[in-house]
Design a protein around this ligand. Structure first.
Ligand code: UDP
Length: 317
């Protein structure tokens, strides 16, 4: 039997690179397509000598010939609020033209397709926790709209390709995920707090810190994604950890795990920052038999060494 081959757009990103590892472990040959806007070659450096791994640095919005493929995973996009506000046009482009291009590739190859969607589809949610059936509360022109609407549009294109071209599609709605290979300076809450705690700086809690998030450790997230990829579910599925914390609780946990003497300071809350977020994972549990295993304390402990090294390298730079 010939070896199965998968394309991962954004394959040098945080989640994309972990997905490449998981697919190689599943026996796939993997092509990582990247433009390194927010990803990093370091994330796939350990795969350099693996003959089953290819790396293609190119603009995935341009049509391209990738050879035979069994699966296309469309994971390319800036994903932290700081990054997508900075790269607004690129974010809209990869979530529109890029999604069309990735779907066209899947259609031509007769490959299965998975799109990395997001809890941002729910915006600042008025339903809590968020089930897949909730349509969301998104400001279409606010600073976060470049990401939220690009991902909502990507879901629409994916659903349309399934309806009109019979592409075999999956949509995963990814909630806040953290762990090794996150860019230390991408502005997200856990890397920011880790960086600040490890340097003895005050942790910057935005607003009064009462807004909530539910944090999923990366190994759990990737496990859920791989299970969905193997399933026959075509409608969106939430994959995230339903344990909910306020941002202030999260800051205190980071201080405890790092053993830091840092204090907490309060700064302005960014516009349209969702007040609450927690996935309803009833569907993932039922369809995929999936359940996150790593709680926030353990996940922070597991991430500590990576963040410590990254902070040291960052301080030296
Ligand atoms: N946040 C914070 N301090 C920081 C970075 C983020 O208080 O240094 C808050 C942010 O306002 C939001 C939450 O932490 O309420 C999660 O932010 P993140 O950028 O990680 O992702 P989001 O869930 O907003 O996409």
């Amino acid at each position: 039997m010939s070896q199965r081959r998968a394309l991962v757009t954004g394959g040098a990103g945080f989640l994309g690179s972990h997905l490449c590892d998981a697919l190689l472990a599943e026996g796939y040959q993997v092509v990582a397509a990247v433009n390194l806007l927010t990803g990093s070659l370091e994330n796939v450096a350990h795969l350099r000598n693996d003959a089953r791994f290819e790396f293609a640095e190119r603009d995935i919005c341009e049509p391209a010939e990738w050879g035979a493929l069994d699966y296309v995973f469309h994971f390319a996009s800036p994903a932290s609020p700081v990054d997508y506000v900075k790269y607004g046009i690129e974010t809209l482009r990869v979530g529109s033209t890029g999604t069309f291009a990735a779907l066209e590739t899947a259609r031509r190859c007769g490959a299965k397709f998975m799109m990395a969607s997001t809890s941002e589809c729910y915006g600042d949610p008025l339903v809590h926790p968020q089930p897949e059936s909730y349509w969301g509360n998104v400001n279409p022109i606010g600073p976060r709209s470049v990401y939220d609407e690009a991902k909502r549009f990507s879901e629409a294109v994916t659903a349309a390709y399934r309806r009109h071209h019979r592409v075999n599609t999956r949509i995963v709605r990814i909630f806040n995920t953290y762990g090794p290979r996150m860019q230390l300076r991408d502005g997200r809450v856990i890397p920011n707090f880790m960086w600040q705690a490890l340097r003895g700086e005050d942790l910057t809690v935005y607003g009064d810190g009462s807004q909530t998030r539910s944090f999923c450790y990366v190994s759990d997230e990737i496990d859920g994604i791989v299970r969905l990829a193997k399933s026959d579910e075509h409608d969106p599925v939430n994959v995230g950890n339903p344990e909910e914390f306020t941002v202030l609780e999260c800051a205190r946990k980071v201080i405890a795990v790092t053993g830091s003497r840092s204090k907490i300071k309060f700064e302005a809350l960014p516009q349209d920052d969702p007040k609450q977020r927690k996935p309803d994972i009833t569907k993932a549990r039922r369809l995929l038999g999936w359940e996150p295993k790593v709680d926030l304390d353990n996940g922070l402990r597991l991430s500590l060494e990576y963040f410590r090294k990254a902070a040291l390298a960052g301080s030296a730079a």
